[in-house]
Design a protein around this ligand. Structure first.
Ligand code: MG
Length: 301
């Protein structure tokens, strides 16, 4: 399996002056962080957490351990800064991280940002929100509909950076060709339900950049109450051996080819059919040379 495309979009929304969301788009590492705190401390928290991920990157080892270590390192940095700087006291951030490897997609998660998977037209939420209302729904004391309208629906029960240690949910899901994974802040999911998110992807089936922008625009069209951030990536079959690809096991190649550059580079993202055609032509040439050889031998004989 390989990452065939990826895209991100972020917007402050229509009610907030500042964007306190941050994201990481460094395949095979993707993440989203939604900061909270007085003044602009939320912005500091989410950016510190995202920078911690970018600095540390994906190292060898079990991906579930890696994803927990990455979020715990982000937690240390935000917590330490909050203690050094009185204006940042109490700041924190959500964090939802995805690492892609051969085994699938490993998710690490704290807070109420979300990871979804779109497969065969069905959208599935992969993460459980660490929020007050989600816990009340899980214990049967609120219905999902009541939770959606609850005045305290944005109160989270776990955050990165508010305590010396953080409890991280970590799990791996098997990927299939055609899967699209979406990481997003609550500024998207408070505005759009599953059907709303799905219909944006359906409108842009082969263009993740357009889908990412479309999600932000759709959330803004219905109010844009909060900062909106989305990061998405699509999975596809490996191309045949020997090709230069944006491979999930080739992080150095990846680093030079992320973002628009990767998508604009035709050799990097050529579909398998193109590559097979490339392999087929020399075989035809060989057959032609052999046929000419036989003809020459017959004439000379
Ligand atoms: Mg938010």
């Amino acid at each position: 399996m390989r990452i065939s495309a990826h895209a991100a979009a972020t917007h402050a929304g229509r009610k907030r002056r500042h964007n306190e969301d941050a994201y990481v788009e460094r395949p095979p590492l993707f993440a989203i962080a939604d900061g909270m705190g007085g003044a602009r401390a939320g912005e500091v928290a989410s950016r510190l957490a995202a920078a911690a991920l970018e600095d540390n990157g994906v190292a060898a080892g079990a991906p579930e351990e890696r994803v927990v270590e990455l979020i715990q390192e982000a937690n240390r940095r935000v917590f330490e800064r909050a203690h050094e700087d009185a204006s940042a006291s109490g700041m924190g951030t959500t964090m939802t991280v995805a690492i892609v490897d051969d085994g699938g997609v490993t998710i690490g998660h704290v807070g109420d940002s979300r990871a979804y998977r779109l497969r065969d037209g069905a959208l599935q939420q992969l993460t459980d929100d660490h929020s007050l209302v989600a816990e009340l729904v899980r214990s049967g004391r609120l219905t999902p509909e009541e939770a959606d309208a609850h005045p305290q629906r944005s109160v989270i029960t776990r955050a990165v950076g508010t305590d010396p240690d953080v409890d991280v949910d970590a799990f791996t899901v098997a990927a299939e060709p055609g899967d699209v994974y979406l990481l997003c802040s609550d500024g998207l999911t408070d505005m759009l339900d599953d059907g709303g998110i799905r219909s944006v992807f359906e409108a842009h089936p082969d263009d993740l950049h357009a889908a990412a922008k479309g999600l932000v625009n759709a959330a803004n069209r219905v109010g844009g109450d909060d900062n909106i951030t989305v990061v998405c990536f699509a999975m596809d079959d490996d191309v045949p051996q020997g090709d230069t690809v944006v491979g999930i096991d080739a992080p150095t190649e990846e680093d030079t080819l992320h973002g628009m550059a990767a998508l604009d580079a035709p050799t990097a993202v050529a579909p398998p059919e193109e590559e097979r055609r490339g392999l087929f032509a020399p075989a035809l040439l060989g057959a032609a040379v052999a046929a000419i050889g036989v003809l020459v031998w017959l004439v000379l004989r």
